[in-house]
Design a protein around this ligand. Structure first.
Ligand SMILES: [Zn+2]
Length: 286
């Protein structure tokens, strides 16, 4: 019996790996801030976002040419750097947007050196960097892309506790390789907006696991849901009985008014102590 259960769990785990199959709406469109990208969900080779250069310090001068992002993410990155600075921490940008062709060149080089089974450099189309929504960061006290020493810096300890407030999530964490397909990368931050980055960070799961449930929600909840609502619903789906999650899916939402009401009434159920409905609706996260 025990072995059968183990085999079943393994089967479920394998089935969930990379979240194979078609994705819904916001998680599938290349120009969506929520686009899920991995080895199973690649971006079109021709996709190129609008880009700007965020006004932030880089590790080396020559890297300034490689830190472009989509405007919404660039603005959020500037806010994140400014907040870090206020605490006395200097963050440094290393690598932002990468085209399909650049990623292909990086990948080919890596495979030539380390073989096809390497899990550090993404194949072309499978890198979040092509979205213009990811940035690799280091900091003043440690300037290399090495997970352990980076995570020990005070800058990164602050980053890990605060980046979601600015819309960023840590995408590749220890123990997640079976689901994400990539080794741990302490330096890789993905912009998702405050609501989803917060919910994802509080749940402490890979984005693949999050999207598997989130994509079942109505599109208006995904677009307009706040951090508390998204966290509450997806937590209920992943760790609870799924009843509230199902209730949200079943609520009639024929008009904008109805959608607004649904979001308010459901959010009210998930308010942590000290957070008012108004704070929640404006994504004022602690
Ligand atoms: Zn990266």
């Amino acid at each position: 019996m025990k072995r059968a259960m183990g085999a079943l769990a393994l089967g479920v785990m394998l089935a969930l790996t990379f979240l194979s199959g078609a994705l819904a709406g916001s998680f599938d469109a290349d120009d969506s801030v929520l686009r899920l990208v991995n080895k199973e969900h690649k971006i079109a080779a021709k996709y190129q976002p609008d880009l700007v250069k965020p006004n932030v310090p880089t590790n080396r001068k020559d890297q300034a040419e490689y830190v472009y992002m989509r405007p919404v993410a660039a603005q959020a990155l500037e806010n994140l750097f400014a907040a870090a600075k206020e605490q006395g921490y200097t963050l440094l940008a290393v690598s932002g947007y990468r085209s399909y062709q650049t990623q292909k060149a990086n990948y080919d080089r890596k495979v030539k050196k380390s073989g096809a089974r390497q899990t550090t450099v993404a194949p072309p189309g499978a890198s979040e960097h092509q979205l213009g929504l990811a940035m690799d960061l280091v900091c003043d006290s440690y300037r290399y892309l090495n997970t352990k020493p980076l995570m020990e810096t005070k800058e990164f300890q602050w980053l890990y506790e605060n980046c979601y407030k600015y819309g960023f999530a840590v995408r590749y964490q220890p123990g997640w390789i079976k689901i994400t397909g990539f080794s741990t990368e302490a330096w890789h931050f993905r912009y998702l907006g405050v609501a989803h980055a917060s919910a994802l960070t509080w749940l402490n799961v890979p984005y693949e696991t999050y999207v598997e449930k989130a994509q079942l929600l109505p599109e208006y909840v995904i677009q307009r849901g706040n951090a508390y609502l998204l966290y509450g619903l997806i937590n209920n789906a992943l760790n609870g009985d799924g009843a509230v999650f199902q209730e949200m899916r079943d609520l009639p939402a024929a008009s904008t008014e109805e959608m607004k009401r649904n979001i308010q009434s459901m959010t009210a159920r998930f308010l942590p102590e000290g957070v008012t409905l108004e704070m929640a609706l404006y994504n004022k996260v602690p």
